[in-house]
Design a protein around this ligand. Structure first.
Ligand SMILES: Cc1cc2nc3c(=O)[nH]c(=O)nc-3n(C[C@H](O)[C@H](O)[C@H](O)COP(=O)(O)OP(=O)(O)OC[C@H]3O[C@@H](n4cnc5c(N)ncnc54)[C@H](O)[C@@H]3O)c2cc1C
Length: 439
């Protein structure tokens, strides 16, 4: 292929073969191994516009990279151009106004560190290397969701470069329909170069990992099953016969004490890692169990309260995992995130109690099929117990109908109308795609 002349780009330009190219095309999910024709590590907004122009002139597909965490791997593409924002990580604070302006390549580690220096925070993800951009644009579920809602509920403004290179701003007073779309509609409307967030006061938190013995019923079943297993069958604990819970109380030790006393006396933990920590430390606690390069395949949906049949199905999925690193997660959804009126943002969990994630994680490529099958089959088993809607940030590559289902028809149709205005030729298609109406 002919070399692409990158012209006046001020950031780094990485074609295949140059030092740094292989590092730059890596994303969090080890399953993703794509070879773009060009990676542009933009230095500023003008570079973003120039990159889009370059892609247009060379008919290259465009991928946009924030923190590179998305498991679908849409931050990188084969043969196209990656607009990589990882050099654009500036955070500017206005503590008196309780506002933060954050560039599109910042991570939650960058933002939490900056806001906590002033005793402030905005709800963000729980792993510090996750990108602010992708997480916010898909919704954002963090430990502050009960107090202050989803991350996108706290997004008060943004600056974008659209597919034609135009710069557009949005806030409650300026293009408010676009702000609605950015609160959950993903990277469908342009490259967000700056996000503006509302901040809230936050001191230390009480948090940590608590391990509980998995359900008695399950252990009885497992025990009986193992006793009847033939010589040929070796049983390893599937995942781990221990339920690990990450708990975080966003308030004072005195207020946390009666809450955690109730929890401990209701079901005694095998291991109790709760302690008072700074928010920044707490937000890094799960980094070690979320390493880059591990193979990941996810299935997800919203879920209501657990019935006894759902618990049985849950146990079965949990115990049949093919890798000790795999997890079945039930994120509890509650409080402020449910007080945002329905339809106020593109992301909504419609009152669901849990966000279910069947998360297959493994390292050996030879075991792809069995791990993917476990997640798919497990999800199918849980299907009768699910409610409506799904978190688009946890979706892998799925058919268009699944994306529509995840948003719900009404929100999806409103997003399509917005797409028609801001990206009618679907330049930004490597995402949980909202197709323009003619597509
Ligand atoms: C270990 C781990 C922990 C996680 N924890 C949480 C959590 O606590 N809470 C939660 O809600 N989610 C969590 N997630 C899911 C996370 O929200 C998504 O993976 C999200 O897409 C990550 O954003 P990113 O910028 O890192 O991803 P990227 O892969 O860089 O981007 C994802 C997509 O977002 C779009 N995009 C990225 N940057 C921009 C931009 N500047 N402008 C326009 N579009 C852009 C593009 O379409 C891109 O394909 C986690 C994921 C992982 C792997």
């Amino acid at each position: 292929m002919k070399a692409i002349e990158a012209g006046n780009i001020e950031g780094e330009v990485l074609p295949p073969g140059v030092p740094g190219y292989d590092d730059a095309r890596r994303v969090f999910n080890g399953m993703i191994d794509r070879q773009p024709a060009l990676i542009v590590r933009c230095a500023n907004e003008s570079d973003v516009a120039r990159s889009l122009d370059l892609a247009r002139r060379h008919s290259l597909q465009v991928a946009v990279r924030g923190g590179g965490h998305n498991v679908a791997g849409n931050a990188v593409c084969d043969g196209g151009l990656v607009i990589d924002l990882s050099r654009m990580r500036r955070v500017e604070l206005e503590p008196m106004r309780r506002r933060a302006r954050v560039q599109g390549g910042a991570t939650w580690g960058d933002l939490d560190t900056a806001t906590q220096a002033h005793g402030l925070a905005t709800p963000g993800g729980v792993v510090s290397s996750t990108g602010v951009a992708g997480l916010t644009l898909g919704g954002g579920i963090g430990v502050l969701r009960g107090l202050y809602g989803l991350t996108c509920d706290n997004l008060v403004g943004a600056e974008l470069v659209t597919a034609t290179g135009e710069r557009v701003s949005t806030s409650a007073d300026e293009n408010p329909d676009l702000l609605w779309g950015l609160r959950g509609g993903g990277g469908n409307f342009g490259v967000v170069t700056t996000f503006e967030f509302a901040l809230h006061p936050l001191g230390s938190v009480v948090s940590g990992l608590l391990d509980f013995a998995h359900s008695r019923d399950f252990l009885k079943f497992y025990d009986e099953f193992a006793a009847g297993a033939p010589d040929e069958l070796a049983l390893s604990p599937a995942g781990d016969p221990v339920a690990s819970v990450f708990a975080c109380f966003c308030g004072s030790e005195a207020a946390a004490a009666p809450v955690f006393d109730r929890l401990r006396s209701g079901f005694a933990p095998l291991r109790d890692g709760l302690a008072t920590r700074s928010y920044v430390e707490s937000q890094r606690m799960l980094d070690a169990i979320s390493p880059w390069g591990v193979r990941n395949f996810w299935k997800t949906n919203a879920m209501g309260p657990l019935t006894s049949l759902a618990i049985e199905a849950f146990d079965e999925v949990f115990m049949s995992a093919k890798s000790p690193a795999s997890q079945v997660q039930l994120e509890h959804l509650h409080g402020a995130m449910h007080r945002t009126p329905p339809g106020a943002n593109a992301a909504s969990f419609a009152g669901a109690k849990y966000n279910l994630l069947v998360n297959a994680k493994w390292t050996d490529p030879a075991r792809d099929e069995e791990n993917i099958r476990w997640a798919r089959d497990g999800f199918a088993l849980l299907q009768p117990h699910l409610s409506s809607g799904a978190y688009t940030n946890y979706l892998v590559q799925e058919p268009r109908e699944r994306v529509r289902q995840a948003y719900g028809a009404e929100t999806f149709d409103r997003l399509v109308a917005l797409k028609d205005r801001y990206d009618p030729t679907n330049v930004f298609r490597l995402n949980q795609n909202i197709p323009p109406s003619g597509d």
